[in-house]
Design a protein around this ligand. Sequence first.
Ligand code: HEC
Length: 123
Amino acid sequence: MLRAKLWTGALLAVVLASCGSGSNLHADVTLIRDPGSVAAGAVLFEANCALCHAPDLTGGTTPSGERAPSLANKTGSSDASLTETAKRGRGLGMPSFEDQLEEAEIASIIDFIRSVQTDGHEE
Ligand code: HEC
């Protein structure tokens, strides 16, 4: 009985330690992306997002003077949460793209963002 408890504790410690080390890197970042989707996403990003977030994702200033954050380092966000922000918009400066872009187009934009993020990443 006591032995079983010790084991559970040890296992928990290992799990917690492994969570801590890669804490800023969501599992989605390392998924292999379809190159065709990445290429399509690059064009869509340029047309819809680069005005504020810059073509290389490093962020910038919106036409109304707000700070658009870098997306290059958003490696801790899941695909789902990036998609959600693109669809719904955020705050005053980030528009909603739900009516402008198809679901598949937003997915391609996320694929493109991941490809840029992993470019600067040593695996
Ligand atoms: C008109 C300027 C503008 C455009 C165009 C724009 N954004 Fe944004 N975006 C912003 C601003 C400003 C914020 C910060 C909003 C806040 O937190 O209040 C933001 C925030 C975000 C965030 C959240 C980042 C974080 O800190 O978690 C994501 C993700 C994002 N934008 C993705 C996109 C994508 C994808 C597109 C294109 C489909 C896009 N944005 C187009 C201005 C823009």
